[in-house]
Design a protein around this ligand. Structure first.
Ligand SMILES: C[S@@+](CC[C@H](N)C(=O)[O-])C[C@H]1O[C@@H](n2cnc3c(N)ncnc32)[C@H](O)[C@@H]1O
Length: 135
């Protein structure tokens, strides 16, 4: 089983209708689409990517699936975007996915880097801990 399939399998058992989830590396939108299906019509997904072309691709995928209404798209570095969500102090987040690397079929020089990934993971732990507090 591929690692992404394994993660999806684990999240299928964890996420429920109405949850909020974040895709920290939206790319071509496969993981965003999966999360949007899991959280259902009353749930919300925030999809972050540093590249406009990835966000466009994710938008197209979610529009085709008729699920764009439950997705907020954010073009930004995930470390910055996740920190902003903590400052907003309103996100009750059930899961955050990272699929590291570069966007397939795109500029390979734009890829996730250890430093910002570490910052993004630290912010994610905080967001997921906030979720526990509100549960
Ligand atoms: C392997 S792809 C993600 C695949 C995606 N999850 C999917 O389902 O198609 C990695 C993505 O991370 C994005 N990325 C690289 N550095 C980033 C950063 N600092 N913040 C947010 N996204 C970043 C790239 O633009 C690329 O689209």
């Amino acid at each position: 089983m591929r690692l992404t399939e394994k993660v999806h399998h684990i999240l299928t058992n964890h996420l429920k209708e109405g949850d909020r989830a974040i895709d920290a590396t939206a790319g071509n939108g496969y993981d965003t689409l999966f999360l949007a299906e899991q959280v259902g019509p009353s749930g919300k997904v925030i999809a972050i990517d540093i590249q406009d072309c990835a966000i466009r691709s994710t938008r197209e995928k979610l529009e085709s699936a008729g699920l764009i209404d439950r997705v907020r798209l954010v073009t930004d570095d995930h470390a910055i975007a996740l920190r902003k969500l903590i400052e907003d102090d309103h996100e009750n987040v059930a899961a955050i996915t990272f699929n590291l690397g570069y966007l397939p079929g795109s500029d390979k020089s734009i890829q996730t880097r250890a430093e910002s990934t570490e910052e993004a993971l630290a912010a994610s732990i905080q967001l997921l801990t906030l979720a526990d507090t509100f549960a």
